[in-house]
Design a protein around this ligand. Structure first.
Ligand code: FPP
Ligand code: MG
Length: 328
């Protein structure tokens, strides 16, 4: 069997999972048998690639201190932030499915799910503040700035729903906030927590940011190309919800497609949206989006070129191959 990304990077995924579960299992304010604790544990155990924790640990290998319990705790915190954001995301997107299973709010109800997501993101701030006796800026970045950026990115996305005049710059900025900056922060946090040089951490941030951009663009492309089975949710969901993703932006530049796309509004029947989906698929928008994705992948490697002789550089090559869609 092909090794997983953590295996290829020699990252102890079981330890990461233990640390994540530890946050909720040993929370003195939350009884283990409560609906809240059980919901969080169920969510955490429902899968996920653990990309953000992996980025924290990979980043830590660029420091002079050994990767240890502090880095694993930071890695767990990163996944907690991400998981909390997905609870909110599924409510906002009205997604009934996540990873092929019913999303949390469909099980607990929307109000309870909002509270669970808020609890998770607030608990991380509290947990990480335990590290800040020395007022480490990087801990602050992960604990509160990252979540603030996620919220701002989502807010911009909401503000631009069905906005067919959205610019490429607005799309890129929103994508940076909602996806790329958390991945970038994970690498930088890992590096700084292990006493890496600030210049090294800054390069890793740029690497993670570019990979994150490529990651989200791929997610946007997959909404057109993948099946519901591989996506774990219905394909074409972005267009139905008026999300002007990169393929939609490029398709809007085609005068033959533009009027069809602009006609999509919240009440447009599914059959009509499916017709537009097909039209976009047969144009060049997906190829142009793929080119942009590859451009980000190239700039990721350029950002870390000065680290080429670092013993941990191979970790970045593995991550790059993984995000580029090749095997780990
Ligand atoms: C997935 O996007 C969602 C995100 C990358 C971030 C969502 C962030 C929020 C909703 C703000 C969170 C707020 C708090 C308080 C934690 P997507 O819908 O494009 O991807 P999907 O296909 O995985 O649903
Ligand atoms: Mg979503």
């Amino acid at each position: 069997m092909k090794p997983s990304l953590p295996e290829t990077l020699h990252i102890d995924i079981k330890r990461i999972n233990r640390e994540i579960e530890h946050i909720v299992k040993y929370d003195k304010d939350v009884p283990r048998t409560s609906v809240l604790a059980r919901s969080v544990l169920q969510l955490i155990r429902s899968g996920g690639k653990r990309l953000r924790p992996v980025l924290v640990i990979a980043g830590s290998r660029f420091g002079c201190a050994a990767t240890g319990s502090r880095q694993y705790q930071l890695a767990a915190a990163a996944e907690f932030i991400h998981a909390a954001s997905l609870i909110h995301d599924d409510i906002i997107d009205r997604s009934e499915l996540r990873r092929g299973a019913p999303s949390l709010h469909t099980q607990t109800g929307v109000s309870a799910a909002i509270h669970i997501g808020n609890y998770m993101s607030a608990r991380v701030v509290e947990l990480l503040s335990g590290y800040t006796a020395d007022h480490d800026r990087f801990v602050h970045d992960l604990s509160s700035l990252a979540t603030a950026q996620l919220c701002l990115g989502e807010y911009e996305q909401l503000r631009h729903a069905y906005d067919y005049d959205q610019t490429l710059e607005q799309y890129l900025e929103k994508t940076r906030c909602k996806t790329a900056q958390l991945m970038a922060t994970c690498l930088r946090t890992g590096a700084l927590s292990a006493d890496a040089r600030p210049e090294t951490a800054a390069m890793l941030y740029r690497f993670g940011e570019a990979l994150g951009m490529a990651f989200q663009i791929e997610d946007d492309i997959l909404d057109f190309t993948a099946t519901a089975e591989t996506l774990g949710k219905p394909a074409g969901s972005d267009l139905v919800r008026g999300q002007v993703t990169l393929p939609v932006l490029y398709a809007l530049a085609d005068p033959g497609l533009e009027p069809y796309i602009r006609a999509i509004q919240p009440e447009t029947p599914a059959a009509e949206v499916n017709d537009v989906l097909e039209r976009i698929r047969s144009g060049d928008a997906l190829e142009r989006s793929e080119q942009m994705r590859r451009q980000y992948l190239r700039s990721a490697m350029q950002a870390v070129e000065p680290l080429r002789s670092h013993p941990a550089y191979g970790q970045l090559e593995v991550l790059h191959r993984y995000f580029g869609g090749k095997t780990a």
